[in-house]
Design a protein around this ligand. Sequence first.
Ligand code: 5GP
Length: 249
Amino acid sequence: MKQKSLLYTGKAKSVYHTDSKDKLVVEFRDDITAFDGGKKDVLKNKGSYNANVSAFFFAFLEENGVKTHFFSMLDPHRMVVRKLEMIPLEVIVRNIAAGSIVRNFPFTEGAKLDPPLIVIDFKDDARHDPMLNDDIIIALNLVTPAELKKIKKIALEVNRLLSSLLSSQGITLVDFKIEFGRQGKSIYLGDEISMDSMRLWDKKTGASLDKDVYRFEKGDVMAIYNEVAQRITGQKNSEKKAKDLFKVL
Ligand code: 5GP
């Protein structure tokens, strides 16, 4: 399988065509951004930490019956994925109040949200990803009512699976954002699931183990990404673990 021309470039990933019409290559770059791109840096190895953690989660979710776009890793920062028509929704599941939900509503930081809250934002940088409701989603024709129901069900299942996996590694899954895409009538989990798109707290110390370290300058971001990637994938060198996910294509 050969990587071909660039299809799309985002804030931290680039997507390439391949010689197979149903497959794309996602390159996880070392760029890190926050606050709508207002804060930006390039941090060595950041792309491979996120790629490997994403690959690990996608493989774990597939084993547990969740359909994802993931096929395999090409190298530590490039992933082969199913080509999807992406749905411009950011589906956020929250187990504990933190971040924008605390800024925008009278929730107390750290309060448990039981049952978990699903919040859906419109993926539109120019509009600063505004929060949607079901009626707006349907009126905009972004998904059908049946697809919306399905997406929410999958989001809660991903939350159940990842919360339990991370808990066994001493990590609380506070919240996360996922994105979906279609191939024909089927819905797949797309994009990434990494320290950039989750809020993770150490169960013992409460310390942030995610992009909040970068957003709010809470410590050495790359040391923490390295540590958390090792904890999640169970490997000293998380790049090694990715080799288990490599397949000859
Ligand atoms: P919040 O709405 O509190 O800023 O974010 C909630 C969760 O979703 C956090 O784990 C955050 O990292 C993730 N999230 C929300 N919006 C985005 C986004 O545009 N990009 C990424 N990568 N993650 C997001």
